[in-house]
Design a protein around this ligand. Sequence first.
Ligand SMILES: [Zn+2]
Length: 168
Amino acid sequence: MPKHWIRIAGLKEGEHGQEFEIKDKFFQAYEYSDVKTGNFIVNTLVVIRGLDRKLTINIEGIITNLLCDNCARKLEWPISIISNFVIKESEKEMESTDEVIYVLANQHQLIINQLIFEMINLAIPSKRAHNKSEEGECDKEMLELMEKYATNKKQEIDPRWEGLNKLK
Ligand SMILES: [Zn+2]
């Protein structure tokens, strides 16, 4: 998987933007990803004001091939997310937080693959269903089938109770 780099040093005062395209292949690099496929445009903006450095990442696109919680059919989920970070220098390597990205004093570039990955995965809704998206309706036939299955299951008698009934 190619690394997505942004320049964070040696830049003039002002705003510096870059754009990346993220597709299915991006997620294959991750063993555990709730998002497996999708198309996204990632815009990064590094803002330099004196000694202050800020990074904004904007991701727009569609998560594809999610499964609907109601009808189990495929679902597409459009997302539009923005995260703001402050870039700070640190003496040694430090884990970045939700708000602060720590870089080394001599570090001129930042790989943002992990940030992109986390932002997209966090954008997945906890409840995924067709009627909650703009995509409209759940598969009615599938819903009926699933309902039927659920009722059948309830009607099945626990074999242990059956044994007890025989004893009576
Ligand atoms: Zn559905």
